[in-house]
Design a protein. Structure first.
Length: 168
């Protein structure tokens, strides 16, 4: 059953807003950026041989669970993936995402081994998904209802570092 009506991609442009909008007002985009609204598809089933299209990244959490990050239309991607015999759900509206440039900020909020990315782990004391962007920044995704809290934790860590070195 399609639930495309739940997707931010299927809403009018002015009908949605980022869960991080208020928290990141005035934040330096050279240090932290809002990724909320990027297409995220959760996949359950046999993900071992799953192929991805250009611009997509598959984050396997187990042999039967994965997240597919896409720059495309997430409901259409979920439909395409379902045709391969797995369950797939557009989770774009369920997650808030941040891109963080500074390794010191990340180190203050997680003990994750960055060599293990893409992966899932703890960030600012909540569960998060981690991946590396093509720009070298770390992308962190948390449940959207925790997004404002996590964004504030990142901004507090940035303020405490007084402009630490960028990490690329």
């Amino acid at each position: 059953m399609s639930r495309a009506f739940l997707s931010p991609a299927r809403c009018a442009d002015d009908a949605t807003t980022s869960p991080l909008r208020r928290a990141l007002e005035g934040a330096d985009p050279a240090q932290v950026r809002d990724l909320s609204g990027e297409g995220i598809v959760e996949i359950r089933g046999n993900v071992e041989g799953m192929a991805t299209d250009a611009g997509e990244e598959l984050m396997r959490l187990s042999p039967r669970r994965a997240f597919l990050f896409t720059g495309g239309d997430a409901p259409a991607v979920a439909e395409r993936v379902r045709s391969g015999g797995v369950l797939a759900y557009d989770m774009t509206g369920a997650y808030a995402g941040l891109a963080i440039s500074d390794e010191q900020v990340l180190r203050r909020l997680t003990d994750l081994d960055f060599g293990q990315i893409p992966t899932a782990g703890s960030f600012a004391h909540v569960s998060a998904l981690f991946r590396r962007g093509i720009d070298g920044w770390i992308h962190v995704y948390v449940h959207q209802e925790l997004g404002h809290y996590v964004a504030e934790a990142v901004l507090d860590a940035l303020a405490g570092l007084e402009g630490g070195a960028e990490w690329h």
